[in-house]
Design a protein around this ligand. Structure first.
Ligand code: KMH
Ligand code: ZN
Length: 266
């Protein structure tokens, strides 16, 4: 579950959780609705994206105290964040972190993830015992993931877990045939989730459920629940995803099950 992101403005999206209190409340609601992982971007006092180390630490602590969710910090941040700040995210001692496997056009901007940055971030996750989630925005990034694993070995936790982020303008499209192509290219034995940005949210969700993947939903990726209907809360998206997963006979894991599955450090 990805509740906030770095791209939407609170002024445009009043339901977006941006304060620590709002984030913890959202996390609790989403946990009750079936979420196991929270992918975290934080904001400053003016609701702008930040990677402030002290604020990240406080956020990890508050989410641990308030929920049982796996706390996964974003190392992607906003497209303007310097590499050094993105590497320092791990100092907040999260359970997991995102690790994007290459540079990608991102709307009118560029989300930069050059090889030396990826390699450095990956080795730090191994040293610090943080479980990476490999974010894949296009098929070339799957090849970069293979290269990373070949060069530096398996991730902390032992499981290669990927998240297909589909439908970003500039990345891979959010449709079933692209999802299948990406899944077929993943490393042997990898597990994966998928999320479709914007209007690709539901097509990707259904494709992922039928192809055996896990799901990521949240207001980082989707602000429209249905045609003409803005998302009212992150929990609304989690409730729908959990209901559809149960309907597909693939009920959500509990956070404890997901911790064991991913090899999160006790
Ligand atoms: N905000 C995007 C530029 C991540 O969290 O690791 C990058 C992103 C990926 O959201
Ligand atoms: Zn993110």
């Amino acid at each position: 579950m990805a509740p906030t992101g770095a791209e939407s403005a609170k002024a445009d999206v009043p339901a977006l959780p941006v304060t620590l209190d709002e984030l913890v409340k959202t996390a609790q609601e989403c946990e009750a609705a079936g979420a196991a992982v929270i992918h975290v971007h934080i904001r400053d006092d003016d609701a702008r994206p930040t990677l402030d180390p002290a604020r990240l630490r406080d956020t990890v602590q508050a989410l641990r105290e308030g929920t049982g969710l796996i706390v996964q910090l974003s190392t992607g941040g906003a497209v303007t964040d310097p590499y050094e700040d993105r590497l320092r995210v791990l100092e907040a001692e999260p359970d997991g972190c995102s690790l994007t496997c290459g540079t990608v056009n991102f709307g009118d901007e560029v989300f930069m993830n050059p090889w030396p940055f990826m390699a450095e971030l990956y080795q730090r996750t191994q040293d610090l015992g943080v479980v990476p989630e490999f974010e894949l925005f296009d098929l070339g990034q799957v090849a970069a993931l293979h290269r990373l694993l070949d060069r530096y070995g398996p991730p902390f936790g032992g499981r290669v877990h990927c998240d297909l982020v589909m439908g970003v303008p500039g990345g891979m499209p959010g449709d079933a045939r692209t999802l299948v192509a990406a899944v077929e290219a993943l490393p042997e034995g990898a597990s994966w989730s998928a999320t479709g940005v914007g209007r690709t949210s539901l097509p990707v969700l259904f494709a992922a459920l039928s192809a055996g993947g896990h799901l990521r939903v949240g207001m980082e990726d989707t602000l429209t629940y249905a045609k003409g209907q803005p998302v009212s809360s992150n929990a609304q998206l989690v409730e729908r995803a959990a209901a559809l997963a149960r309907f597909a006979q693939r009920p959500p894991m509990t956070p404890e099950e997901a911790r064991a599955f991913l090899g999160i450090k006790a």
